[in-house]
Design a protein around this ligand. Structure first.
Ligand SMILES: [Fe+2]
Length: 259
């Protein structure tokens, strides 16, 4: 479409102009230009172009699209979502025995309509998160699964506490993060999507309030105070530390995004 071509052209011109300014201001040499090109080649060979842009810019887009829209703040999917997770009728996401270091978490809350405040029954919450060592299950569905709200909009999920993880320690994105004085850790989080009648109304991430990386998560803008979940320690279960958290979700249909 002509409009798309015009838009692409104006964005491309703006990017080239912005980079031209950097080249001029910092008196960048030809060797430095070529080293940058080699670096971008490595990002491409590692298929990390999208991740690179997401880390620095995607939350700016998410926040802009959310402006004026009521409800829980959305967040990025990240690279580890897998569709087809099983329904967890008992609320438990565990498919493996607990390791000795694992702590248990029960997360509960109410899902409401962000416009009316009415509870939404039958909403489908699709969870996925890292384990106590910071790893995702890429083969099965351990710490992944679907939970539905009851007739009063309530949900409960039983899982383990995820931990902070360093994702880009040995790749070009990690090199760049270190180069600009950042670390490669994500603050411990739980991903979820919420669907109503099969339609996605929200995708977000909930963060552990005790993570030391809340203020420095390498995904720029990902952590916000209203997505941080407090942990209340309760009686241990079979020798495992146990915690309870409450997080209510207010969601609106996607078509209200522009309102
Ligand atoms: Fe993640």
């Amino acid at each position: 479409m002509p409009g798309d071509i015009d838009r692409l052209q104006s964005i491309a011109v703006a990017i080239v102009d912005a980079l031209q300014e950097v080249v001029d201001k910092h008196e960048i040499t030809q060797d430095e230009l070529h080293a940058t090109g080699d670096f971008l080649d490595r990002i491409g060979q590692a298929r990390m172009g999208k991740s690179l842009l997401d880390i620095f810019f995607a939350m700016t887009v998410v926040d802009r699209e959310q402006q004026g829209r009521p409800g829980t703040r959305p967040n990025l999917a990240g690279p580890y979502y897998r569709g087809g997770a099983p329904e967890r009728r008992d609320g438990s996401l565990l498919e493996r025995p607990l390791s000795p270091d694992a702590s248990l978490l029960t997360l509960a809350g109410v899902v409401t309509n962000a416009r009316t405040g009415a509870p939404i029954s039958g909403a489908e919450l699709d969870f996925w998160h890292a384990d106590e060592l910071g790893g995702y299950d890429h083969e099965g569905f351990h710490l992944r699964g679907l939970v539905r709200t009851d007739d009063r909009g309530r949900y409960v999920v039983h899982t383990v506490l995820p931990t902070d993880y360093a994702e880009h320690k040995n790749d070009p994105i990690g090199e760049l993060l270190v180069m600009i004085g950042r670390h490669t850790y994500r603050a411990a989080h739980i991903h979820l999507k919420v669907r109503v009648d099969g339609e996605e109304w929200l995708m977000t991430q909930l963060f552990r309030s005790d993570s030391p990386y809340l203020d420095s998560d390498y995904v720029r803008g990902a952590v916000a105070g209203d997505l941080v979940v407090d942990l209340k320690e309760v009686e241990p279960v079979d020798g495992h530390a146990a915690y309870e958290s409450v997080f209510d979700l207010a969601i609106a249909p996607p078509e209200e995004r522009a309102s």
